[in-house]
Design a protein around this ligand. Structure first.
Ligand SMILES: [Zn+2]
Length: 349
């Protein structure tokens, strides 16, 4: 019988292969303690990783925060906390990522790996024999953790540096993915409210490292001598936050929020215009624009997804992309980072 047929007969075999990380951290450290009978080790490891509490205090006022005792229990988690004073029981999931997730901890961990590997919800549910809404819930929490991490650690997305080239543009508009200005009305039709996204890319890296920021200020009709409009101000702040001083910035005159003209006021950068660089292309060629198109390829896809979504979902799409771009190069590292970021997001007091 071929391997394939064997796998189909025994869905577990297939599941285990899919939800592994090619001999990485999950396979070496986590998988062995997911076996039946290893629940004690699993809990010790979860405590060591700060994924569940290592101490618990009784919430009853009469017990004066009495330290609770770790007890074996006939429940799904196999353990709980018990108060020696009033006998109150507390879940070992209290205050953790796993609270109120309706599946055992082993399946939770495998579902987190599924999120890290971008396994579709229904596929993960099928493999792990879980209800889709349970997988959805875990995936949502992973997305929230990634979003919180991106929000709280702008320093991880500092791009460029002395003499390094950054491309700054906006979507829709500018030169992103189009030789002609993108027809803004096309995007407006889809969502009634097109989202302007400031995009910064480090040209030297492949795939290019990027930063995205959804502009919150509403576009204004420019009034002569009225100073900077809100969009420009917001975009410049974001460029300063994510582009290291000394970078060469390639910008263009089409962009509304981050034009070549407005970026020139930031003296810590050397700003060059696309329109000027185009003059160096051999007559009849469009090398520069083709290069820009290549740099923006993934960026354009992400920005298009955002246009189809609501504003808060759009922000999730951007943050998740940024997180995966930074931490998800392999499923093994993505899983390790995700566990650390979960611990940071759900700190126990
Ligand atoms: Zn008590």
């Amino acid at each position: 019988m071929s391997d394939l047929k064997l796998k189909c007969r025994n869905p577990d075999v297939n599941m285990v292969e899919r939800f592994g990380d090619h001999g990485g951290y999950f396979d070496l450290v986590v998988r062995p303690i997911l076996q039946q009978g290893h629940e004690g080790e699993l809990c010790s490891w979860l405590k060591e990783m700060s994924l569940i509490r290592t101490v618990s205090n009784c919430p009853h006022s009469t017990c004066k925060r009495r330290t609770m005792i770790w007890n074996p229990a006939r429940i799904i988690d196999k353990y709980n906390w018990g108060c020696p004073e009033c006998n109150k029981k507390l879940s070992i999931r209290e205050g953790s990522f796993f609270l109120a997730i309706k599946c055992d901890l082993k399946l939770c961990l495998q579902t987190i790996l599924g999120w890290c590997q971008v396994v579709p919800e229904t596929v993960a549910a099928n493999y792990l024999n879980l209800k889709v809404h349970v997988v959805k819930r875990i995936y949502e929490r992973c997305t929230q953790v990634a979003n919180a991490y991106v929000d709280n650690h702008p320093e991880e997305w500092s791009l460029g540096g002395r003499d390094r080239v950054l491309v700054v543009d906006e979507f829709p508009g500018g030169y992103m993915g189009a030789e002609n200005p993108i027809d803004v009305t096309v995007h407006k039709k889809r969502n009634n409210n097109s989202q302007t996204i400031l995009c910064i890319a480090e040209a030297s890296a492949i795939p290019p490292r990027m930063w995205f920021h959804m502009i919150k200020a509403v576009p204004e009709v420019p009034i002569p001598n009225a100073g900077k409009c809100g969009m420009v101000e917001e975009a410049l702040k974001e460029v300063v936050r994510h582009a290291a001083p000394g970078s060469f910035i390639v910008a263009n005159s089409r962009a509304r929020c981050c034009s070549y003209e407005s970026l020139q006021e930031l003296k810590q950068f050397k700003v060059i215009s696309v329109e000027n660089l185009q003059k160096f292309d051999a007559p009849g060629t469009n090398n520069l624009l083709h290069n820009l198109e290549t740099i923006w390829q993934t960026g354009v896809e992400v920005c298009e997804d955002v246009q189809e979504a609501t504003q808060s979902m759009g922000q999730h799409i951007l943050s998740t992309h940024l997180w995966r771009q930074r931490f998800g190069t392999t499923s093994s590292t993505a899983f390790q980072y995700m566990l650390h970021h979960i611990a940071e997001c759900y700190r126990f007091i």
